[in-house]
Design a protein around this ligand. Structure first.
Ligand SMILES: Cc1cc2nc3c(=O)[nH]c(=O)nc-3n(C[C@H](O)[C@H](O)[C@H](O)COP(=O)(O)O)c2cc1C
Length: 215
């Protein structure tokens, strides 16, 4: 099947709560992962840590950590999008090397960033967590749309207990890793029903919050 184009994937996507058990071929999983990490991130930090949970026992354990939400045990693949707020302390050099090698960031730019990125991140303080989670959420959105375009279904999940999820994926108690979102993926076992959206003028504005968007 030809992949759905982006607008079609966006419009077709729904939060699917029941999945068929059919396994997802490893080549397709690999393609989904390549498309997921094609997502942009702040300073190109790529500070997501994505755990693909495939083993039935692991999915059961994760289901428990998600307040028993059955779709987590049902879907053949469950992606845990974690985020590492300290990634910038370790990952900058390989990021700079790649960007220099591709020519995207000339040496002068890299020289500037070697100073600017740690300064910026240090100043963020507690907000490092928020910034890392933003990046992970953007990557998760890439996954969901890539999966939809390839005929798969998904659901974003906020319903989980963070420490329990961290235990399941093997993050130590004192690990700084935080969980951004969990996304089961597989073939849908229910139809896609659309709960609809508020009218655009409800939450979109032109120039100023006093001017609701109208066409
Ligand atoms: C960040 C996020 C977290 C969500 N968490 C859950 C969840 O824990 N359990 C669930 O059944 N649905 C969850 N949903 C699905 C929403 O209820 C759903 O996206 C919304 O009702 C709109 O439906 P649609 O996705 O089909 O357009 C979540 C969605 C988002 C974006």
């Amino acid at each position: 099947m030809a992949p759905l184009d982006v607008p079609s994937a966006i419009l077709q996507r729904r939060s699917i709560k029941r999945f068929r058990p059919d396994p997802i071929p490893q080549d397709l999983l690999h393609e989904l992962l390549e498309l997921t990490v094609a997502a942009p991130s702040s300073w190109n930090l790529q500070d997501w840590r994505i755990v693909v949970v495939e083993e039935a026992e692991q999915r059961e354990a994760l289901c428990d950590a998600c307040y028993g939400q059955g779709l987590v045990a049902q879907a053949p693949l469950v992606f845990v999008f974690a985020a590492d707020p300290t990634a910038w302390e370790r990952d900058l050099e390989p990021i700079f090397e790649k960007a220099k090698a591709s020519g995207a960031w000339p040496p002068k730019v890299v020289e500037y960033l070697q100073q600017a990125v740690p300064d910026f991140q240090q100043n963020l303080g507690d907000r490092n967590r928020e910034y890392a989670i933003k990046d992970a959420m953007i990557a998760a959105t890439h996954l969901v749309l890539a999966a939809e375009s390839r005929g798969l279904a998904s659901c974003f999940l906020n319903g989980w207990e963070e420490d329990a999820v961290k235990r399941v994926i093997g993050a130590g108690e004192d690990s700084q890793l935080c969980v951004a979102v969990i996304v089961p993926v597989g073939l849908a076992a229910e139809s896609r029903s659309n709960p609809g959206r508020l009218d655009l003028e409800h939450n979109i504005f032109r120039d100023h919050l006093s001017k609701p968007y109208r066409r």
